[in-house]
Design a protein around this ligand. Structure first.
Ligand code: CTP
Length: 406
C-alpha cells in the first residue's frame, strides 16, 4: 500500500515529537519514501540529523536554504507527496494551516501540496480544548483534512485528558486510508465478519472454535486501504481489530446475525469470514454446572445461517472451512447459500487456516473456472478476494451482457 508512495511528514514542536521519529521509521520500513519538514521549534527538540538518518534524505528546516539541491524546496516536496501528514501537530501550526498562513517551511509546503492532508494533534488538553483550537480543527476538517486523534490519557504535564498523539498504528492506518481514497472500492460500503462466535453453556463455559480473526481482519484492512467504508463485525479475538473502520464486537451467533442484518442493509458487499458456531446450548445454565460424579448431557440447537438469510442486492462472499473434500463441499455451500464467491480453505493444513499468518485458498464462483491460489500471506489472499469482489461489483453495474442495470 505504501510502497513507493511519497509521504510528506510535517513535524512540529510538541513533546510527542519523539514518536514522530518512530513514525518516520515505520513508514520507511513499509516502503514509503518519506520527506520530512520541521518547524524551528521542532528542531530545538529533536535534531534534523535524527530524521535524516532514518529517511535517508535531507530534512527541510529552512525556507531559504542556499545549499538545497531541490531548488524551491517547498514546491518540490509538495509535488512529490502522495499524502501529507502533520504529526505531531501543535496548536500553533494547526492555527497556521487552518488560516493558510505560510511563514515557515512546513506551513508553506503544506499549503502548496494538493494531495490528501492529515493532521495528528498533540498538546496539553487545555490548549486542545480551547475554543480557538477547536475552531481551527473544525476549519481543517471542513477543508477536507483528516484528523487522527488526539487520544485521551496521561499527558506530559502529568494531567489526564485529551491531547495525546494518536497511536502510530492509527496514524499509519489513516495514511493508508487516505491513499486508498481513490481506490477501486471507493464509495463502497463493505461489511466483513471475523473471528469465531462463542456460545455460552453456563457463566464460565462456552462452545468456541479456533478462529483467530486474522483472515477477516486482513480483509477489512485491505478493503479500507482500497477506499471502502468498512464495518467489521468481530467475535472475541486475542488480536485488536484494525483502526480506521466501524467495529461491532459480538459474542454469540445470534448477536452476529443481528449485527450483520443491521450493517448489511444498504451495503454493497458482505464478506463472511467469521467461523460461526452452528450450534448453541438450548438452555444456558444460570449458575456454574457442578460435577455430580456422572456424565452431563448438553442439548444443542441449530443456530441460524447468517449468510443464507441476508437478502438484497449485495455481493455475498462466504468462506468454506473444510477438513475433507474441499472443493466439492465448497461448491455445495456456494449453491446452497446462493453466493457470488466462496473462498475455500483446508483447515487441516499446517500453514493455512486458523491462527496462521498464511493461507492457501481456492476461489469458486458460479460460471467461472476454479482459481487455486498458492500459499500466500493472509493480506495477499485478502487482496485477491477483493480483486474478485471489484469484478463482481462492476458486473452488477453493467450486467453480464454489458447492459446498464436500471
Ligand atoms: N456461516 C453463517 N452462519 C452460520 C454458519 C456459517 O453465516 N450459522 C457462514 C460462514 O461465515 C462462512 C460460510 O457460512 O462464510 C460457511 O461456513 P462453514 O462453517 O464453512 O460451513 P457451514 O455452513 O457451517 O457448514 P458445515 O459446518 O456443515 O461445514
Amino acid at each position: 500500500m505504501l510502497q513507493g508512495k511519497g509521504v510528506l511528514l510535517g513535524v512540529t514542536g510538541s513533546i510527542a515529537i519523539y514518536k514522530a521519529v518512530d513514525l518516520a521509521s515505520k513508514l520507511v520500513q513499509l516502503g514509503a519514501p518519506v520527506d520530512v519538514v520541521m518547524t524551528a521549534s521542532a528542531t530545538k527538540m529533536v535534531s534534523p540529523i535524527t530524521f535524516q538518518a532514518i529517511v535517508h534524505g535531507r530534512v527541510a528546516t529552512d525556507m531559504f536554504d542556499p545549499t538545497s539541491e531541490l531548488g524551491m524546496d517547498h514546491l518540490a516536496l509538495a509535488r512529490r507527496a502522495a499524502v501529507a501528514v502533520v504529526a505531531p501537530a501543535t496548536a500553533n501550526t494547526m492555527a497556521k494551516l487552518a488560516l493558510g498562513l505560510a511563514d515557515d517551511v512546513l506551513s508553506t509546503t503544506f499549503l502548496a501540496a494538493s494531495c490528501p492532508h492529515l493532521v495528528a494533534p498533540a498538546m496539553d488538553s487545555v490548549m486542545f480544548q480551547h475554543p480557538t483550537t477547536q475552531e481551527n480543527l473544525a476549519r481543517l476538517k471542513a477543508q477536507g483534512w483528516l484528523v487522527v486523534g488526539p487520544d485521551y490519557g496521561r499527558l506530559a504535564s502529568g494531567e489526564v485528558g485529551p491531547g495525546r498523539l494518536a497511536p502510530l498504528e492509527k496514524i499509519i492506518a489513516a495514511i493508508r486510508g487516505a491513499l486508498g481514497r481513490g481506490g477501486d472500492l471507493a464509495g463502497r460500503q463493505v461489511v466483513v465478519t471475523a473471528g469465531g462466535t462463542q456460545e455460552p453453556i453456563d457463566p464460565v463455559r462456552y462452545i468456541g472454535n479456533r478462529s483467530s480473526g486474522k483472515m477477516g481482519f486482513a480483509l477489512a484492512e485491505a478493503a479500507r486501504d482500497r477506499g471502502a467504508s468498512v464495518s467489521l463485525i468481530a467475535g472475541p479475538t486475542s488480536i485488536s481489530p484494525p483502526p480506521g473502520m466501524a467495529v461491532v464486537m459480538v459474542t454469540t451467533a445470534l448477536e452476529m446475525k443481528e449485527a450483520v442484518q443491521k450493517e448489511a442493509a444498504g451495503a454493497d458487499v458482505l464478506i463472511m469470514a467469521a467461523a460461526v458456531a452452528d450450534f448453541r446450548a438450548e438452555e444456558i445454565a444460570a449458575a456454574k454446572i457442578k460435577k455430580a460424579g456422572e456424565a452431563v448431557t448438553l442439548r444443542l440447537v441449530l443456530n441460524p445461517d447468517i449468510l443464507k438469510e441476508v437478502r438484497g442486492d449485495i455481493v455475498r462472499v462466504g468462506f468454506a472451512a473444510e477438513s475433507e473434500e474441499l472443493e466439492a463441499n465448497a461448491q455445495k455451500k456456494l449453491l446452497e447459500k446462493r453466493l457470488d464467491l466462496i473462498v475455500a480453505n483446508d483447515i487441516t493444513a499446517p500453514d493455512s487456516g486458523f491462527g496462521s499468518d498464511t493461507n492457501r485458498v481456492v476461489l469458486i464462483a458460479p460460471g467461472r473456472e476454479i482459481e487455486r491460489l498458492p500459499l500466500l500471506l493472509k493480506t495477499q489472499v485478502a487482496h485477491r478476494v477483493l480483486d474478485r469482489v471489484v469484478e463482481l461489483l462492476m458486473r452488477r453495474v453493467v450486467g453480464p451482457a454489458g447492459i446498464e442495470r436500471p
